[in-house]
Design a protein around this ligand. Structure first.
Ligand code: NAG
Ligand code: NAG
Ligand code: NAG
Ligand code: NAG
Ligand code: NAG
Ligand code: NAG
Ligand code: NAG
Length: 482
């Protein structure tokens, strides 16, 4: 009996069990969110022990309570200004951190102060706010007596330092000149408090929009021409990017400040390079390297990493690109997309999906074959795609290549689902009708939304919106042809 038990424990240690060190980002910018308890169960079922949030939402925190999962809570950029006031920061820490600090509460490890606040596209809006907010939050944590175990950090985009291009090797790394003094002060403060530097690194983005980028350099299975730097041969952009940061840290005198990777991953739709094969290749190279604890040439050893992301988010801004809504290891409904081994042992298998997911009825919205006047088709597609996620229709995406009716049906259906299958959401000037036939085509899934009381998009009053859009724009903002 004892022998059987020992065997069981050993077997579980090898195969089931926990994915040490690895975390995931749990973003919630979706029109239909899975219940937080369902998501926490997914994390447990897959042995994920660390999670990074983008806020400190109460329902999320309650679901995490008692799980012992390590949590990074966050202060969104739009609250940074408020945190420059110490009493506000103290209050925030009390309401969102120390409140959960009890046996059976939430195991908070970090507070993310802002999210990529120094992105150049923010035009400096948060440059003067971030450091005061960081100081106030860490000081409030210290004053509350939890500062030894809970650290404030600022997740930065890799654009805060110079990234390597052909002549610009990792050893040449330095912080962006417009914020270099500020970065030095922040780094000194982090170091004083034993807090980590957090950076988001995206090999996918190196490739995106740069057709000259050496494709294989985005992955981990070797390149024919490594980048040579002081006797180090770089074979992938992740290492090169990370070591550029290490060099920048060295220049400001903190070469061994702890660095954690706040976001890294690969999207599966919305661009010609965003697909399941490339995502599989990326993770299949990255995760075993992480597990081997080799680190990078300039920073060997264990690296703390949070994958981006957990679940697709159909309401994320597509300003950076259509791929933004497709970073999930799981689809919108919590079902796994491709085989992966988070432990890095290379035993790739589908992850355990969300359990007991409730879907809306088996009903789709499609173009009505008997509709007469098709002149309004394009306008109606544009309308649907303004309020629902049509990114799979774009060039290089899973539903690109549908014919005009296919495009229209895709758009109508995704809008109808986003509106929780409300009858009036499948009309489109009489061009649409509801069907119980699954109208999916080849690789293009015409999805049914999940039924949830957490849906954040209340059904839009269709007529009112249509009129408003027509008033404002005369037509709709998108160009979907048709
Ligand atoms: C912090 O907690 C308060 C009170 O529960 C909540 O209203 C607020 O949204 C939380 N902040 C964040 C960033 O989630
Ligand atoms: C930044 O400036 C550009 C150009 O002036 C502008 O188009 C953009 O909206 C600004 N972004 C923000 C976040 O203020
Ligand atoms: C930040 O502060 C500096 C120095 O006080 C000032 O010159 C600059 O205009 C401020 N930037 C913003 C965006 O407020
Ligand atoms: C940082 O590096 C220096 C020199 O390599 C070493 O002496 C020091 O102990 C290190 N500090 C930490 C905190 O690892
Ligand atoms: C519809 O059909 C597609 C392709 O055959 C399939 O992947 C999908 O699961 C089906 N959807 C539903 C809701 O049954
Ligand atoms: C397609 O969507 C349905 C829900 O409508 C989901 O059950 C199914 O797993 C999806 N299949 C693929 C291949 O995305
Ligand atoms: C379908 O929509 C996509 C995305 O807008 C567009 O590129 C394509 O040309 C459209 N196809 C037809 C036949 O209209």
């Amino acid at each position: 009996m004892l022998w059987v038990l020992i065997c069981l424990v050993v077997i579980m240690g090898f195969f089931g069990g926990d994915v040490e060190g690895l975390g995931v980002n749990w973003g919630t910018q979706a029109t239909h969110k899975l219940p937080p308890k369902t998501v926490v169960q997914m994390l447990k079922d897959n042995g994920i022990q660390k999670v990074k949030l983008f806020d400190a939402d109460q329902s999320t925190m309650s679901a995490l309570a008692g799980s012992n999962i390590e949590v990074m809570v966050a202060i969104p950029n739009d609250q940074l200004a408020a945190m420059t006031d110490y009493s506000t920061a103290k209050n925030w820490v009390q309401r969102n951190v120390t409140r959960y600090n009890f046996d059976g509460g939430v195991n908070i490890k970090y507070v993310a102060v802002g999210n990529e606040p120094f992105l150049t596209s923010y035009n400096g809006s948060f440059v003067n706010l971030t450091f005061p907010a960081l100081k106030n939050i860490q000081n409030a944590l210290n004053e509350a007596g939890v500062g030894d175990s809970i650290k404030a950090t600022v997740p930065q985009n890799a654009d805060v330092y110079q990234s390597p291009s052909n002549n610009d090797v990792p050893s040449g790394g330095s912080f962006r000149s417009d914020i270099s003094d500020l970065m030095a002060e922040i780094i000194q403060f982090l170091s004083q408090n034993n807090a980590p530097f957090t950076v988001n690194i995206y090999p996918f983005l190196s490739l995106y929009g740069n057709d000259n980028f050496p494709f294989n350099y985005a992955f981990f299975d070797g390149v024919t021409k490594p980048i040579q730097d002081n006797g180090i041969a770089y074979t992938n952009v992740f290492d090169a990017n990370f070591d550029t940061l290490v060099s920048a840290l060295k220049k400001v005198g903190y070469s061994n400040l702890t660095v954690i990777v706040g976001e890294v991953g690969w999207p599966t739709d919305g661009d010609k390079n965003a697909n399941i094969n490339n995502a599989f290749r990326f993770y299949n190279g990255f995760l075993p390297r992480l597990a081997s604890n080799t680190g990078t040439p300039l920073r060997t050893g264990y690296l703390e990493v949070y994958l981006f992301g957990l679940i697709d988010e159909d309401a994320k801004s597509v300003q950076p690109g259509d791929f933004e809504r497709h970073w999930g290891l799981f689809r919108y409904d919590g079902q796994p997309k491709f085989p992966i081994d988070l432990s890095g042992k290379g035993n790739n298998q589908y992850l355990v999906g969300a359990k007991d997911v409730q879907y809306l009825s088996q009903q789709w919205c499609t173009v009505n074959p008997n509709a007469g006047d098709l002149s309004k088709l394009a306008d109606n597609i544009n309308f649907a795609c303004t309020f629902a996620d049509c990114t799979p229709l774009g060039y290089g995406s899973s539903c690109n290549g549908l014919d005009t009716n296919g495009n229209a049906s895709y758009a109508f259906n995704v809008y109808y689902q986003t509106q929780n299958q409300a009858d009036e959401a499948c009309d489109f000037n009489g061009l649409a009708m509801v069907t119980s036939q699954n109208i999916s085509q080849a690789n293009c899934n015409f999805t049914i939304q999940v039924a949830t009381s957490y849906s954040s998009s209340r059904p839009v009053p269709l007529l009112a919106l249509t009129l408003l859009m027509l008033l404002i724009f005369g037509t709709f903002g998108f160009d979907f042809g048709g």
